[in-house]
Design a protein around this ligand. Structure first.
Ligand SMILES: [Fe+2]
Length: 395
């Protein structure tokens, strides 16, 4: 059977049921950051800005402080790359003593997720360690406006947050519908200072969200639609944004792709790539996007025979040549296209190139089995040896 639209069924049956929850208001456009005071004023009286040291150097923090003017209650710029539970607790304490009732986060995934944790502690009290889990909250949390400075995490529109538990050496993931950001302000100029290597790796995080949600056991027709469009945008605009960081069209389309992929995965979840990337982050300190970008083609290959039609859809969305091949052949074309994209944007192709030792891969494999993402992978994984085999392929 040759590949055509009839060979690409959505594979749903009468048992399909799902919730789709995407409550975040999106404000998009070059220069739209000027709308920040209006958005803060609609939600509260005093905003606390959460960010990191690197963004102070870019001048973006000063820009936001100026925009907020009298609405600014204080600034917390101590969020590190892999934020921890104690960073969340400290930030919440400072925000409360500054009299803030609203959080504005300016940054990438680590900043946004720290701010999400702070929103919970400001409302519920206690420590972030008391809130590990999913859908435990029963009321709206502190209002949160997100200004992303990367295009990848999608955290600006998701209910999830990932924060490090340093005592246990593991990333803690929470999902709380009542803590989804109220507003995401996507101004392409906010991502302009991001250097090419981080543009590339964070962009592949978004690609991984799109692909993993599209093949997830929890996928649904709405997440499918947004995930596929995200794939189309990323394959076209990510190389352009990496090549020229001042291409505001490419920057803007990547912001949209990241949020679409965020919507997709916050409703359909992610899979094995994320389980493995979280473990590499916890054990070897490998940044999330870098790990995802490297592992994605290998996990697609691992899932190939389980979901060939779905990966064939990814190949078509990527504009790969699928002429004269069946679904399995097209799925292979998707793997090759993903590898080619990753090379084109200059990402590392081997874990050993990132300084990961072979001796760490057993520990990473075992840790991956305890990661919440793994259960949504299209192939159900029962043995950490299967994960180890994928790590070895990527080594
Ligand atoms: Fe991710």
């Amino acid at each position: 059977m040759s590949l055509n639209q009839e060979t690409l069924p959505m594979q749903y049956d009468a048992g399909l049921n799902f919730n789709y929850f995407t409550p975040t208001k999106i404000v998009f456009g070059t220069g739209c950051i000027s709308e920040l005071p209006i958005e803060v004023g609609a939600l509260g009286k005093k905003a606390f800005l959460v960010t990191d040291q690197g963004l102070i150097e870019t001048g973006l923090v000063d820009q936001i402080k100026n925009k907020l003017g009298a609405l600014l209650a204080g600034v917390y710029a101590d969020v590190p790359q892999d934020s921890g539970m104690e960073v969340v607790d400290n930030g919440a304490e400072q925000a409360l003593s500054a009299g803030a009732d609203t959080i504005v986060s300016l940054g990438g995934g680590s900043v946004i997720d720290t701010a999400k944790g702070m929103c919970i502690i400001m409302k519920e009290g206690g420590s972030f360690r008391d809130f590990q889990g999913m859908q435990m909250l029963t009321r709206q949390q502190t209002p949160h406006i997100v200004i992303p400075t990367t295009a990848g995490t999608g955290s600006e529109v998701t209910s999830g947050a990932v924060v490090m538990n340093k005592e246990q050496g593991q990333k803690v993931i929470i999902f709380e519908y009542f803590n989804t950001p109220r507003v995401a302000i996507l101004d392409p100029r906010m991502t302009e200072p991001l250097p090419p290597n981080l543009t590339a790796s964070t962009g592949m995080d978004a690609m991984t969200h799109a692909v993993e949600s599209y093949v997830s056991q929890e996928r649904n027709p709405i997440s499918d639609a947004v995930a596929l469009h995200a794939v189309k945008l990323i394959v076209k605009y990510l190389p352009l944004a990496v090549e020229n960081g001042s291409d505001l069209t490419a920057r803007g389309q990547m912001q949209i792709a990241a949020l679409l992929a965020g919507w997709a995965f916050s409703n359909a979840m992610v899979g094995l790539v994320h389980a493995m990337a979280h473990s590499l982050g916890a054990v070897c300190g490998i940044p999330h996007g870098l790990a995802n970008g490297l592992l994605l083609p290998h996990v697609m290959k691992f899932n190939l025979k389980q979901v060939p039609e779905l990966l064939a859809d990814i190949a078509i969305a990527m504009g790969a040549d699928t002429g004269g091949v069946d679904a399995l052949g097209a799925a292979e074309a998707a793997v090759n296209a993903m590898q080619a994209l990753s090379k084109k944007i200059g990402l590392s192709q081997h874990l050993r190139d990132l300084g990961v030792g072979m001796d760490k891969l057993k520990e990473c494999s075992e840790l991956s089995m305890t990661d919440g993402s793994i259960i949504y992978n299209p192939i159900i994984i029962m043995d950490n040896e299967e994960v180890f085999a994928v790590y070895k392929e990527a080594f």
